[in-house]
Ligand binder design. Sequence first.
Ligand code: 5GP
Ligand code: ZN
Length: 140
Amino acid sequence: MSDSCVFCRIVDGDLPSRTVYEDDDVLAFLDANPLAPGHTLVVPKAHHRRLRELSEEESAALFAAVHELMEPIEAAVDADGSNVGINDGPAAGQEVPHLHVHVVPRFRDDGGRPIHAVAGEVPDLADDELDEIAAAIGET
Ligand code: 5GP
Ligand code: ZN
């Protein structure tokens, strides 16, 4: 728990939120500046910045809650689909340093873009570079 963390304060009930789900490890509430109706943030109750910092159990609880919430979120706003994503680290756009999963409901012809739109300039990688990257990920 961090006194200065806005999501810890929401978890502790010091700040109000429109909570939609709670269990021992996870809280979910509506985003205060929604990108779409039903935009929901799913957060571990424990303060962690990055996904890699969660224990296996905390991670399992977080994604189980996301899984459970997908249908009720989409049904509540009559959505046709959703984007699910984490801004994992400042370079990826993370502003609140308490890990959270965004569930952004999507609607046919809503003018939005797929998750492919989040990255910068698309790299042109040769086959050997792709092989090296795959091997490096596999080794770590
Ligand atoms: P990030 O860029 O860190 O992935 O996104 C942070 C999200 O948290 C933003 O979408 C922002 O609207 C939301 N947010 C920031 N402060 C609050 C708050 O106090 N309450 C709620 N419900 N959402 C917040
Ligand atoms: Zn926190």
